[in-house]
Design a protein around this ligand. Structure first.
Ligand SMILES: *[C@@H]1O[C@H](CO)[C@@H](O)[C@H](O)[C@H]1NC(C)=O
Ligand SMILES: *[C@@H]1O[C@H](CO)[C@@H](O)[C@H](O)[C@H]1NC(C)=O
Ligand SMILES: *[C@@H]1O[C@H](CO)[C@@H](O)[C@H](O)[C@H]1NC(C)=O
Ligand SMILES: *[C@@H]1O[C@H](CO)[C@@H](O)[C@H](O)[C@H]1NC(C)=O
Length: 634
């Protein structure tokens, strides 16, 4: 059919669709956005602020995010939000100003009493009062002579030294009450009931800071029942800012609140018209695509899947760039930094002059999965030992990821001696130790620190980047997997990872389930290589290291408690080496159960080497290298 015909059909359909203006569809979209801050995510109605407009929340529920801490202000007092429980409509909060110090510059009461306040304290907390600027007590009129005063504290507000006391009850009309009336100011803050007995004992003013930090529960009410019924209809809750009433926004652009039923007649006709128009359009489009190219179909599906994925990520995903922008950024792919199975990495510059590394994925069929893994994983992380993703490009088959630029490249360039010109690049033992510790911290964060546990599955020197201070950053999340925290064992269709670093259970189920302990194994292999590479043992390229090296090193560790590798290493170096070796041998135990968690690894790395226990012989497979090589090592 002539293409003009199609063009006309599409235009007509578009006109049909667009003419009854979907005034509310924008509201539906903007209220679908879920906010997150720190480790609290999926924040929706009645909260607003962050990336949710005011019209998607209830008055008084404005949130802000400051240094990964979620905050809410209620009656002028600012609280840190520690948890949100939508099912029970409770917030767990603590006063931001009282968790560090009992003397904030501005003294503000915690109040939830007012008629209009949507928040109520639940029975788990009790108010305590802090009094400021009181008469200093002199003997014999000292603390113990005034019953009920829990504790005394001293601090400085506005350069004035202040004496304060706190009490857990009211003392109106008593000697204590009279004394407290002499204080110039007082503040009420709630503390959890469980903390009241220890506060009454008045052991230490720090107890109050501690109690304030633990925080307390608030109930909220915000048309929640109406909102629930809206959500059940597939809508998104919002609010008419003028009338203050709840609005239910539905995806088709209509308000699906009950009052809309009155104008149903007209709406129905419009709606039907829309449905017909959309159906016709979809039919045409389907036919058109089919006619155009059946071959392309799979690809299109994949693209759509990725587009949907990017949409789902919404605000979480970093900035999206066009391919043209990528080309400009890298000066037409002028400066290549490296090459791998995934594609190539180029040096680039953002418009604000920040240097970046641009990883352009090769146009293979599998790169969609890697691309999504990478964006999904890195977007959820923020840690000094994890590389930051600054942006991405997804334009048909062109896919690229933009990272911060790491001047020292990857770790493998430093741990293998590949000829004379590399010798100068060898790292000090201390630096190697710091790198091992940094990577451990990054991995611990991936395993424990984020809301969703992230398993990397490709830890190896090649994927560790070093910044200008040799601070290591974990990169390359193409094989990573996100899993809910409660899931400890995950299922995997096919083996992933790089030979030499893959944990035995990943390719052979007999060893146990695949879990975060598989990353611990790869980490152990890598640290062994860091030690080995430094020792001039020919481990070869990063891809070909085999388990013979652990055998060798284990034997040496066994023979003498004083691992004497060559006799030239100074004492501190020896201690570091020994520590790294013991820790890594624990990490590469064949039974995942025997391997330490990354938290434990960090603990061991920081412990005294004498306190570390030498692990059992960690490996089951035999050396692959020829015996000759081994002879030579001895
Ligand atoms: C969130 O982070 C805080 C401190 O960083 C931690 O105490 C808390 O347990 C975390 N909550 C969850 C649900 O992980
Ligand atoms: C400290 O000074 C600020 C600004 O001058 C003032 O607003 C505040 O009330 C003062 N705080 C106290 C406890 O007097
Ligand atoms: C806090 O509330 C108490 C009792 O209602 C009041 O006496 C006190 O002045 C208030 N403090 C501030 C800082 O508003
Ligand atoms: C406080 O007063 C009590 C009796 O009123 C007395 O036994 C105690 O020694 C006094 N303590 C101080 C620190 O002066």
């Amino acid at each position: 059919m002539p293409s003009k015909f199609w063009f006309i059909i599409i235009i007509i359909s578009l006109v049909l669709i667009l003419s009854p203006k979907p005034v509310f569809s924008n509201n539906y979209l903007s209220c679908s956005v879920r906010s997150s801050c720190g480790n609290i995510s999926d924040i929706g109605y009645p909260f607003w602020g962050l990336n949710r407009p005011e019209s998607c929340g209830y008055p008084g529920f404005k949130l802000s995010c400051s240094e990964s801490e979620l905050e809410i202000t209620i009656n002028s007092a600012t609280y840190r939000v520690l948890a949100i429980n939508k099912a029970s409509q409770t917030l767990h909060v603590s006063r931001t100003d009282y968790s560090e110090n009992l003397c904030p510059t501005h003294l503000i009461n915690s109040t939830f009493e007012s008629e209009t306040s949507p928040f109520r304290q639940n029975g788990d907390s009790q108010d305590i009062r802090l009094y400021y600027g009181c008469q200093p007590l002199t003997a014999p009129q000292n603390l113990t002579s005034i019953p009920g005063i829990s504790n005394r504290f001293e601090c400085t507000i506005n350069n004035t030294n202040i004496v304060g006391y706190y009490v857990t009850r009211e003392f109106a009309g008593t000697v204590t009450g009279n004394f407290l009336r002499s204080c110039s100011n007082s503040v009420i803050i709630p503390v959890p009931n469980s903390q009241v007995p220890s506060l009454e004992e008045g052991r230490d003013a720090d107890d109050l800071e501690e109690a304030a930090k633990i925080g307390f529960q608030l109930w909220w009410s915000a048309d929640d029942a109406l909102c629930n019924s809206c959500v059940n209809k597939g809508g998104q809750c919002g609010r008419n800012l003028v009338s203050g009433e709840l609005k239910c926004y539905c995806s088709d652009g209509e308000v699906c609140s009950p009052e809309k039923k009155k104008t149903m007649g007209k709406g129905l006709i419009l709606g039907l018209g829309l449905v017909v128009a959309i159906t016709i359009l979809i039919c045409f489009l389907v036919l058109w695509f089919k006619g155009k190219s059946l071959l392309n179909q799979g690809k299109k599906k994949e693209d759509a899947r990725i587009e949907a994925f990017i949409k789902k990520f919404g605000s979480l995903a970093p900035r999206r760039y066009s391919y043209a922008e990528i080309k400009k950024m890298t000066n037409k792919f002028n400066h290549k930094l490296g090459q791998g199975g995934f594609g190539s990495v180029y040096k680039g510059k953002l418009p604000d002059c920040r240097l970046v590394a641009v990883k352009v994925l090769s146009e293979s069929k599998e790169n969609g999965e890697d691309f999504m893994n990478e964006v999904a994983s890195i977007s959820r992380t923020s840690h000094v030992n994890i590389v930051s993703l600054l942006g991405f490009c997804f334009e048909k088959s062109k896919r690229a990821l933009i990272y911060e630029f790491m001047p020292h490249g990857s770790l493998d360039g430093f741990i293998y001696d590949r000829g004379l010109h590399h010798r100068s690049c060898r790292l000090e033992w201390r630096t190697l130790y710091d790198i091992a510790l940094g990577i451990a911290r990054g991995l611990e964060y991936l395993h424990q620190g984020c809301n969703t546990r992230i398993l990397h599955f490709d830890i190896k020197p090649h994927n560790i980047l070093l910044d200008e201070n040799f601070c290591p950053k974990i990169s390359d999340f193409g094989l990573s997997k996100l899993c809910e925290r409660k899931e400890s064992i995950i299922s995997m269709a096919c083996a992933r990872g790089t030979i030499g670093y893959i944990a035995p259970e990943v390719f052979c189920r007999n060893f146990g389930g695949v879990s975060y302990k598989s990353d611990v194994y790869s980490y152990g292999m890598m640290v062994l290589e860091m030690v080995g590479g430094r020792k001039n043992i020919d481990v070869g390229a990063s891809q070909t290291s085999e388990v013979y090296f652990p055998s060798w090193i284990y034997k040496h560790l066994d023979q003498s408690m004083n691992l004497n590798l060559t006799g030239v290493i100074a004492e501190e170096e020896e201690e570091i080496t020994r520590k790294l070796i013991i820790v890594s041998l624990w990490c590469i135990q064949s039974d995942p159960f025997d391997r330490p968690s990354m938290t434990k690894v960090i603990e061991m790395l920081q412990a005294n080497v004498q306190s570390l226990i030498i692990p059992p012989r960690p490996f089951v497979s035999s050396p692959v290298r020829s015996p000759k090589t081994l002879e030579h090592q001895k």
